[in-house]
Write a new protein. Structure first.
Length: 78
């Protein structure tokens, strides 16, 4: 037996129903900082810092991905 339920609600209503926190203030601060950085000009140091923040586990995470690709494709064939 299979039962399907369709729920018609906004994302905000779903978030509240599931008891998840409202992260709108944090999101607004993050966006304001990103806009400030873009308006003041992006330098190579800024890009480096952003990329390190986005990469999981920094350099060790990149080496993990490289090793994974090497195992799949063979060394040096990226």
């Amino acid at each position: 037996m299979k039962i399907s339920v369709d729920v018609d609600c906004t994302p905000e209503e779903a978030r509240r129903f599931m008891g998840l926190p409202d992260l709108t203030p944090i999101h607004d601060v993050y966006i304001a900082k990103m806009l400030e950085t873009v308006k003041s000009g992006i330098t190579s140091e800024t890009m480096d810092a952003m990329l390190k923040g986005w990469a999981p586990m920094g350099d060790s995470g990149m080496k993990l991905w490289q090793n994974l690709f090497d195992q799949v494709t063979g060394p040096g064939k990226r």
